[in-house]
Design a binder for this molecule. Structure first.
Ligand SMILES: NC(=O)CC[C@H](N)C(=O)O
Length: 231
């Protein structure tokens, strides 16, 4: 599987996500925001976390209009895989690839801590390595992670099974106390309609090594690599 990780000015998790993908067996190519085409043969596009353009206007707003984004939209439209983590999720919503918006955290503070996520379904290219309902341990580090969308969109996301992850406690219970940022329905990540695009606020790439605190994030990268059958 060939993955293109896009670096924007201010990205800071591009190296981490490239490392996670390589560890899972992907061939990773770094791409630049000013490019107008994705590397030939890209199976997966990754928009990494960070502070693109210094979070000016609102997080992800300027990056969503970068030159490379037309190619990312075309890739998704063709049914290509795309993953946006944290700032990448903000770029996907602002760029019209996923519905809704990431608002300021409910307490208006930047949150950097460990949380648990309930894996809502495992029949997707992103989650096949997990168990249904599994509570995975991951980190969040964001100021604007408060997922919001209109009532009709929210109903559609729920009805069509497009919620990928919800904040939960260690036992997998979705409680208000486990929701770090005020997201609607405790949403931590959502899929596109065809489930080939995933945006999520937490950082699975930072829990791939027992020496660095845990490995619960690694399943996402293993799932992605396993989902692409070599040509
Ligand atoms: N770690 C990140 O990607 C942070 C995203 C964004 N800069 C925020 O603060 O919400």
């Amino acid at each position: 599987m060939k993955a293109a990780v896009i670096t924007f000015p201010g990205s800071n998790r591009d190296g981490d996500v490239a490392k996670a993908l390589r560890k899972a067996g992907a061939h990773v190519v770094m791409a630049w925001h000013a490019d107008t085409e994705l590397p030939a043969g890209t199976d997966l596009v990754v928009l990494p976390g960070g502070f693109s353009y210094g979070d000016y206007l609102r997080c992800g707003a300027i990056a969503a209009r970068a030159a490379i984004m037309d190619a990312v939209r075309a890739h998704a439209k063709r049914g290509g895989l795309a993953l946006g983590i944290c700032n990448g999720f903000q770029i996907l919503t602002d760029g019209g690839l996923l519905p809704g918006v990431l608002m300021r955290n409910a307490d208006l503070k930047f949150i950097c801590k460990r949380v648990h996520l309930k894996v809502e379904r495992t029949d997707t290219p992103f989650t096949s390595a997990y168990r249904p309902g599994q509570a995975i341990d991951v980190c969040v580090a964001h100021g604007e992670g408060n997922y919001f969308c209109g009532a009709v969109t929210l109903q559609r996301l729920e009805d069509e099974g497009l919620v990928a992850f919800r904040y939960c406690d260690a036992a997998g219970a979705v409680t208000p106390q486990a929701n770090p940022n005020g997201s609607l329905n405790a949403i931590a990540g959502i899929y596109s309609r065809n489930r080939r695009v995933l945006g999520m606020m937490p950082h699975p790439e930072n829990l791939i090594d027992p020496l660095a605190g845990g490995v619960d994030g690694f399943g996402l990268f293993e799932s992605l690599v396993a989902s692409v059958v070599p040509a």
